[in-house]
Ligand binder design. Structure first.
Ligand code: ACO
Length: 161
């Protein structure tokens, strides 16, 4: 299996939305109804919004949006937003059948290389408190639980230079 990480482009929009839909249905199957997930995907992952975020990530410096290709097929993505010297990991989703093969770790470490060049001191994220796999993954990648915000755990990782 050869995995490569690349900046997402406009051509990836449809595949990305499908990955988000599949991953949400798998990840949150015991948490949210199918109906809720479909409406969330059509609102938050509308073609227009995702395209806009990809274009911003290609032309600006405040969004990092990367995809993982396995044998040239898009299998997952990571999106972070940068504000001054802080980052928020907004989204990290893989196709379910590609989980637990080190792709998530690769996406995080590529994003960290970019954060490093921008001297980002702290990265935070929100993960659903019932998302056992997500929480376990983030802990293994150096994030610590700092707070609880409604249904979510707030996790953080600090970087020193
Ligand atoms: N079952 C149990 N643990 C798993 C699984 C699985 N199917 N997949 C990943 N993990 C966790 C474990 O901690 C595992 O370590 P272990 O094998 O020693 O037990 C570790 O992740 C493996 O690391 P990677 O292979 O690098 O993880 P992966 O490539 O699967 O990426 C990710 C992790 C992104 C969480 C992926 O599993 C995924 O897409 N999950 C569903 C979506 C999700 O929950 N995303 C996070 C939402 S929060 C947010 O986006 C801010």
């Amino acid at each position: 299996m050869s995995t490569t990480i690349k900046k997402l482009t406009a051509e990836d929009v449809d595949a990305l939305i499908e990955i988000a839909r599949e991953s949400w249905k798998w990840t949150y199957r015991d948490i949210y109804s199918n109906e809720f997930i479909e409406s969330w995907i059509s609102e938050k992952y509308s073609k227009e919004k995702i395209l806009n975020e990809i274009i911003r990530s290609l032309s600006n410096f405040d969004i990092i949006f990367l995809g993982a290709l396995v044998n040239s097929t898009l299998t997952g993505f990571i999106e972070l937003k940068i504000i001054a010297d802080k980052a928020e990991l907004l989204r990290l989703y893989l196709k379910p059948e590609y989980t637990r093969r080190g792709i998530g770790k690769l996406l995080v470490s590529e994003a960290e290389k970019i954060m490093n060049t921008k001297c980002i001191a702290e990265c935070r994220l929100y993960v659903h408190k019932q998302n056992r796999i997500g929480i376990s993954f983030y802990k293994k990648n150096g994030f610590e639980v700092k707070d609880i915000d409604g249904e979510d755990l707030v996790m953080e990782k600090n970087y020193t230079y």
